[in-house]
Design a protein around this ligand. Sequence first.
Ligand code: ASP
Length: 331
Amino acid sequence: MTKAFFYTLLVQIIISSCQSMNESSHHKPEYALVIHGGAGVITRNSMDSLTEKSYRSALDSVLTIGEKILADGGTSLDAVESVVAWMEDNPLFNAGRGSVFTYDGKNEMDASIMNGIDLSAGSVGNVRHIRNPIKLARMVMEKSPHVMLVGDGAEEFATQNGVGLVDSSYFFTQIRWDAHMKALEDEKTSAAEKHGTVGAVALDKYGNLAAATSTGGMTNKRWNRIGDSPIIGAGTYANNATCAISSTGHGELFIRYAVAHDISALMAYKGISLQEAANEVVMKKLKEAKGEGGIIGVDHDGNLTMTFNSDGMYRGYVIPGKRYVGIFGNE
Ligand code: ASP
């Protein structure tokens, strides 16, 4: 095999693993929705068929919910909020109800939302009694003069705005508790096994982009650690001029590399495509820094991407007439 041929083959493999929907014959879809349910050590060998089925069916159901909103003329902001709220209510995902436990055996959740029309954004961190952190993030965006509220203050803001608090027992799930116990015993549990998150990005019929992300964070996190998910520009970003992005992975690295904004900035400043920008950030910069995870994105022309450098990522997308759900790499 010549060097040039080997190189071409390698580039083709890398490109195909990035799951771009940037076809040359691309027609702008009327609407588009991309979702993720977390990335990490997700392999065929590590998952039984019943669990796999549950995830596939949950991803498919939530695509149906989001598609209905967009097809009926709802906004991208409403679609990403509803989709993420549904995933928060589903204990399969590490967000809302299915959140992981902290080192002290608590659930501390982070979420953010951004509107590509005017770059308005809202986020919450370290909330412990909010059933749907993503809804509170939207309230912060629309009903407060601030972008980010955390901890008790965020919950006080919720109460003042009529959002009832739930008892922390609502967030107890046996599977997450067992993972917490195991991680306490086994200091060696890798970062890649400790996380999960949910997210959605959408383009609506009016050409507007929005992004939303919500998470329970990393298993056994300490000291009120906050990850990338509620940080605008790291876990979430949306700008009608470029793209909408939601991230999932090892949050510290996603913050340091300002992942979501970096993809948007590369598109704006270099004039490159969404997929090229995602490759540059996720498959090169992050990978070299051992920042494991991935992103979902949609641009103003309806080009989609689901790019990850981990074994797998729960993911899916829908555009009129076409739907996809995936879990493992290379499917
Ligand atoms: N990014 C999230 C965090 O670090 C976790 C994840 O997406 O898996 O909190």
